[in-house]
Ligand binder design. Structure first.
Ligand code: CMC
Length: 428
C-alpha cells in the first residue's frame, strides 16, 4: 500500500501521509493540510472522517464484522459475561480470576446511591421520559464526588470513578422504573450478580422473595454485551468531544446519554416497538406501511432499518433475531408484533428501495420485542441500551484522556452574509 497520497491544487502537488490501521484500513492524514495548502476538508455528519485512532472496537461495515478488542461479537455474546466484556473494553484485556473477582467486588461495594438522589426523582412529573431522568441523575452524581472530578487525577482515583459509575448505573436505572410505577425503591442485594441485582431492583418488591429466571438473565447478558460498544457512533463521539474539554466523567457520560436518546440512534428501539404497535392497531398491513416508507410520507421511516456503517448486515441484528425466537419460545410468549416485524423484514429485504440503499435490520429491530417479553415498558428500552453502552463510553473516554487528545473543535465552511454595516433600528 502507498505511504502517501498526492493532492493537486492550484497547480501544485502536495503529499499527504497515509495511516494504516491494524486491520489494513488506509486513511489520508490531513492534519497539516490547512498549514500547507490553506484548505480544510468538508464532510458533514463526519460520514467519511476518522476522528481518532482507537484500539477498542473494529467494525467492517461491508463484511458485517464487529470485534471488541479483537474478540468476535458472536463469541463474546455466546460465551462471556457482561461484566467481563465491560472490563475487557475498559482495561484492554479479559480479566484473570483475581482481576475479575476484584471487579465484581467493586460492583457490589459501590452500588448504593446517595439517599438524596430520591428527592430529585420526586421533582419529576409522573410519566417523564426515563432517558431525561437518567441524564440528570448521571450528571448529578458529580455533585456527590467533588474531589474526584479531574480526569487527570491519579490512576486509582480514575478507577474509583469508573467503578462507582458502573456499579451505580443499574441502581439508577431501576430506581427510575420504580418511580414510574409508583413502587418503593429496592436496595441492591450483595449476594446477587450484576444482572440479577438489576432485575431484582427493577421487578422485585419488598413484600416477597424474588426469583430470577436464568433465561431472563442470559437474555439480558447477551443484549448488554451486544450493545456494549460500537466505535465512533453519535453518542460515543459526543462522549469523546465533551470529555476532550476535560469535563468530569459523570457530566461527559450524561452528554452521551442525551445523544443516545435520539430516535435516529438508541431511541430507535422504542420507535420500532411503537411502529409495530401502530401497524397492528391501524389494521393496515406491513406491506402498506412499507409503501408509505418508500413514498417518504411525512418523514415515515422503517425504524430499526439502515445503518451508517453496516451496508450488508448488522451482525448484532443477526444474533438478536435468533435470540428473540429462542427467548420467546423459552418464556412461552407468543407476540403478534414479532410476526409483523418478520413480515416487514421479509418485504423490505426483497424490495429494490431497501436493496439499492443497502438498508438492513439493525440492532434495534428485534431488541424491543425481547425487552417487551422480559416485561419492560417501551420507554425503558433506550435506558437498557444505555446500561449496555456504559462500559463502551467509559472505555472510549479513558482512551481519549490517556492519549492526551486535543480538545475537539471542527472547522466549518461559512456560507452566511459577508461583512455589512450595522443599521439603526429606526432605519430598518
Ligand atoms: N427507512 C427508510 N429509508 C431509509 C431508512 C429507513 N430506516 N434509512 C435510510 N433511508 C434512506 C434515506 O431516506 C436515504 O434515501 P435517499 O437517498 O432517497 O434520500 C438513504 O436511505 C440514505 O439514508 P441516510 O439517512 O442518508 O443514511 P445515514 O447513514 O445518514 O443514516 C440511519 C443512518 C441509521 C440514521 C438511518 O438509516 C435511519 O434513520 N434509520 C432508522 C433509525 C434507526 O433504526 N436507527 C438506529 C441505528 S442502529 C443503533 C445505533 O444507533 O447504534
Amino acid at each position: 500500500m502507498s505511504e502517501s497520497a498526492k493532492l493537486i491544487y492550484n497547480n501544485q502537488t502536495f503529499e499527504l501521509p497515509i495511516i494504516i490501521g491494524t486491520e489494513n484500513e488506509p486513511a489520508i492524514d490531513i492534519r497539516k493540510l490547512r498549514d500547507t495548502t490553506g484548505l480544510v476538508t468538508f464532510d458533514d455528519g463526519y460520514k467519511n472522517t476518522g476522528a481518532t485512532e482507537s484500539q477498542i472496537t473494529f467494525i467492517d461495515g461491508e463484511k458485517g464484522i464487529l470485534h471488541y478488542r479483537g474478540y468476535a461479537i458472536d463469541e463474546l455474546a455466546e460465551k462471556a459475561e457482561f461484566l467481563e466484556v465491560a472490563y475487557l473494553l475498559i482495561y484492554g484485556h479479559l480479566p484473570n480470576q483475581a482481576e475479575y473477582s476484584d471487579w465484581k467486588n467493586k460492583m457490589i461495594r459501590h452500588s448504593l446511591v446517595h439517599e438524596d438522589v430520591k428527592k430529585v426523582f420526586d421533582a419529576y412529573p409522573t410519566g417523564a421520559h426515563p432517558m431525561g431522568q437518567l441524564m440528570t441523575m448521571m450528571s448529578m452524581m458529580s455533585s456527590f464526588y467533588p474531589n474526584n472530578q479531574d480526569p487527570h487525577n491519579t490512576e486509582e482515583d480514575k478507577n474509583l470513578t469508573i467503578a462507582r459509575m458502573m456499579a451505580k448505573m443499574p441502581n439508577l436505572c431501576a430506581m427510575m422504573y420504580k418511580k414510574r410505577i409508583g413502587h418503593p425503591v429496592m436496595y441492591p442485594n450483595n449476594n446477587l450478580g450484576y444482572i440479577e441485582n438489576y432485575l431484582r431492583m427493577t421487578f422485585g418488591n419488598p413484600c416477597e422473595d424474588f426469583h430470577v429466571d436464568p433465561v431472563v438473565v442470559s437474555a439480558m447478558n447477551k443484549l448488554l454485551i451486544l450493545h456494549a460498544d460500537h466505535e465512533q457512533n453519535c453518542s460515543t463521539s459526543t462522549v469523546r468531544m465533551v470529555g476532550s474539554a476535560h469535563t468530569n466523567l459523570w457530566a461527559t457520560i450524561a452528554a452521551g446519554i442525551s445523544a443516545l436518546w435520539g430516535p435516529l440512534h438508541g431511541g430507535a428501539n422504542q420507535e420500532v416497538l411503537e411502529m409495530l404497535q401502530d401497524i397492528k392497531n391501524s389494521g393496515n398491513s406491513p406491506k402498506e406501511y412499507v409503501e408509505k416508507v418508500k413514498n417518504k410520507v411525512a418523514g415515515v421511516r422503517l425504524m430499526g432499518f439502515g445503518h451508517r456503517v453496516y451496508k450488508n448486515f448488522d451482525p448484532r441484528a443477526k444474533i438478536i433475531k435468533k435470540a428473540c425466537d429462542d427467548i420467546l419460545n423459552k418464556l412461552g410468549v407468543n407476540d403478534p408484533l414479532l410476526e409483523i416485524a418478520k413480515e416487514l423484514e421479509q418485504i423490505a429485504l426483497s424490495d429494490s428501495y431497501f436493496v439499492e440503499r443497502k438498508l438492513y435490520p439493525n440492532v434495534d429491530f428485534y431488541s424491543g420485542i425481547i425487552y417487551r417479553a422480559l416485561g419492560y415498558p417501551n420507554e425503558m428500552f433506550t435506558v437498557l441500551f444505555a446500561l449496555g453502552r456504559l462500559p463502551g463510553w467509559i472505555a472510549q473516554w479513558k482512551e481519549m484522556i490517556e492519549s492526551k487528545a486535543p480538545i475537539s473543535r471542527p472547522r466549518q465552511i461559512y456560507t452566511g452574509a459577508t461583512p455589512r454595516a450595522y443599521v439603526e433600528i429606526s432605519k430598518r
